[in-house]
Write a protein of this length. Structure first.
Length: 401
């Protein structure tokens, strides 16, 4: 999404409140204005200074503060989206009953914005008939429920009731308000970096984390597309298909595995976006056992062979109407030289669009931000973006709509 939203993040009193910091951070990085409304119980788990530093706004918690500006309804009236994470069993019960005995309850009742809840509680509480009925009632009213997942809970308990991860909450929440301009489109997206093994313990690879490709996949799913995400050695957790609608995730490691998975998925795709960083070469042979320095001496010579050009294969095999978007990670700092390199590459690759992605020791790979220039087959600049990887993803997908 490219529009700046006024998002209210409600935090209630559960141990998962610490994860709300991640939710706020991701929303701010995506360019949205975040107002935090925390219950008194929530502030016993996470302090105001932390929440204010991350949200870049004052934290609201007292129902009787800002009376002259009618803050207890003004925050909700101004909201474009409300996300409550974590949503405890107590909060869910109060929302189902329409109670408003604190600032968060008043904010929600006074708002017409979409409401997204990320439940977090022990398994017994989640499965209690009262909670089951409350969740059913809220869903009936149009409230979006994200999770919960299964995993480690407070203490030694484990099971259903764990709050899902911040990136999944944010993706599901933004999907509620995203423009549905990609409905009916099937999009294949690759992410991460391929690894070519030298032996059972070593590989040749790159520093791509997969963050940009995942951001594109999440935004495409939010905009209504049916998305297939093919992840190569992702350094962050891929979103769960059970949490994000219209998203299927598969994992590969080597370039040959990525080639097979992508070519198969591309057969019936409307769009293919090759955001993965693909190793250009692989070892001629792979050692069956660990290569030891005691037997190799002071020097180790590797013979490398060229990997297949997946982007070019996709372009050559494309069917009528299919759009192919490639990525080119470049360290060139001179803009004109970067464009010259990109214009030669887009012709050589045969892609419809090429995203020139500036990378270096401290930019591009494994960072939260990105800087891109997008050119078409003719070499014309059709888009530019610098900012969070979520905002960059939106700019890339805007080309399709």
């Amino acid at each position: 999404m490219s529009d700046r939203l006024n998002v209210v993040v409600g935090i209630t009193g559960g141990i998962a409140a610490y994860k709300a910091v991640g939710v706020i951070r991701l929303l701010v990085l995506a360019g949205h204005d975040v107002q935090v409304v925390a219950t008194d119980a929530a502030l016993r788990f996470v302090g105001k200074p932390t929440l204010e530093a991350i949200s870049r706004n004052p934290v609201h918690s007292d129902l009787y503060e800002g009376v002259s500006e009618v803050r207890h309804v003004a925050i909700g009236q101004a909201a474009d989206l409300i996300v409550v994470a974590p949503a405890t069993a107590n909060t869910i019960a109060k929302l189902a009953a329409g109670l408003a005995d604190d600032l968060l309850g008043n904010t929600i009742l006074a708002s017409r914005a979409p409401l997204v809840l990320a439940p977090a509680m022990h398994t017994e509480m989640w499965q209690n008939p009262a909670t089951v009925a409350n969740i059913a009632e809220l869903r009936e009213r149009g409230v979006t429920i994200v999770g919960p997942g299964s995993g480690q809970l407070t203490g030694t308990d484990s099971g259903l009731g764990r709050m899902v991860e911040p990136d999944e909450i944010v993706a599901a929440a933004l999907a509620v308000v995203a423009p549905k301009d990609l409905v009916g489109k099937r999009i294949v997206i690759t992410a991460g970096g391929t690894r070519e093994p030298l032996d059972p313990v070593r590989f040749i690879g790159n520093r791509s984390s997969g963050k940009q490709g995942i951001a594109i996949a999440l935004d495409a799913a939010a905009r209504g597309a049916e998305v297939v995400l093919i992840g190569a050695n992702l350094e962050i957790a891929a979103p769960a298909s059970t949490t994000i609608q219209h998203l299927t995730v598969s994992h590969v490691s080597t370039t040959s595995e990525l080639e097979a998975a992508t070519m198969a998925a591309a057969v019936d795709a409307d769009v293919v976006i090759m955001a993965a960083a693909v190793a250009d070469y692989r070892p001629q042979s792979v050692a069956e056992n660990k290569i030891k320095k005691e037997t190799q001496g002071d020097r180790l010579t590797l013979e490398l062979v060229r990997n297949p050009d997946i982007l070019r294969q996709l372009s050559e095999a494309r069917r009528d109407g299919q759009i192919i978007i490639g990525f080119a990670a470049e360290t060139e700092t001179n803009r004109e030289k970067l464009l010259e390199t990109g214009r030669a590459k887009v012709v050589r690759k045969g892609a419809d669009f090429l995203v020139l992605n500036t990378v270096g020791w401290t930019e591009g790979f494994a960072t939260e931000t990105n800087s891109i220039i997008v050119i078409n087959t003719a070499g014309d600049i059709v888009s530019e973006a610098t900012g969070s990887k979520s905002s960059v993803a939106a700019r890339i997908l805007d080309l399709l709509s």
